[in-house]
Design a protein around this ligand. Structure first.
Ligand SMILES: CC(C)(COP(=O)(O)OP(=O)(O)OC[C@H]1O[C@@H](n2cnc3c(N)ncnc32)[C@H](O)[C@@H]1OP(=O)(O)O)[C@@H](O)C(=O)NCCC(=O)NCCS
Length: 185
């Protein structure tokens, strides 16, 4: 952290976006604008886990997929982000492409609150999908807990095998499908 701070006043405040005080600090979950792509790229780079895409990709995603993305502002700085999209063949399905929280802010329900805020803002979503590698316990728990909290079914199946990736050293990605989401659940 400690880099460019994006002020929430610059942002639109669409339905489902919460500006609230978290259990411990001042946490705001807001919809990104394209400039936030820079900090999303920085959080992804520092996560130590995510595949880092180009900075251009995060700027573009923050612009064109803002309604299915969120950033978490903790004490006035970007401390996390989630990027998703509605699947073109199934707009009732929200695919979470990447989610990350700065190490210093982990374990404070920042990620859980970003996902809940997305769901609140997307009342047409019935299914959430994401992929997770087998060794990522934090992410597995994040999504299992989300399913439990929203009283939804959660199943896991193979999707991308290790051999599907052209670059070496990429683990297989399992598809997590969380179904039966309802507005207000
Ligand atoms: C995964 C990640 C986003 C979780 O963020 P977070 O803000 O710390 O998570 P939360 O505090 O909202 O916790 C949500 C749930 O996950 C659990 N959890 C969080 N970190 C955990 C860990 N290291 N091990 C086990 N469970 C963990 C919490 O206990 C909580 O479960 P509960 O609801 O049953 O109490 C964060 O660890 C991270 O950025 N990791 C690196 C990037 C990454 O792997 N992203 C996911 C792949 S796309």
């Amino acid at each position: 952290m400690g880099q460019l701070t994006t002020r929430s006043d610059d942002h639109p405040s669409p339905r489902g976006t919460t500006r609230s005080t978290a259990e411990s600090s001042d946490l705001e979950i807001i919809t990104p604008v394209h400039r936030d792509g820079a900090q999303m790229w920085r959080v992804a780079r520092d996560s130590g886990t995510l595949d880092l895409n180009t900075s251009y990709a995060y700027l573009l995603l923050a612009r064109d997929f803002a309604q299915t993305s969120r950033i978490a502002m903790l004490d006035g700085e970007v401390a996390g982000f989630v990027v998703g999209y509605l699947r073109p063949t199934d707009p009732g399905c929200l695919f979470i492409w990447q989610i990350a929280v700065d190490e210093s802010a982990r374990g404070r329900r920042v990620a859980a609150r970003m996902l809940d805020d997305l769901l609140t803002g997307l009342p047409g979503v019935r299914t959430l999908e994401t992929t997770i590698t087998e060794d990522n316990a934090a992410s597995q728990r994040l999504f299992a807990s989300f399913a439990e909290r929203h009283d939804a079914q959660h199943r896991i199946e193979p999707l991308f095998e290790e051999s599907d990736f052209p670059d070496t050293g990429h683990d297989a990605e399992l598809l997590h499908v969380i179904e039966g989401l309802t507005p207000g659940s």
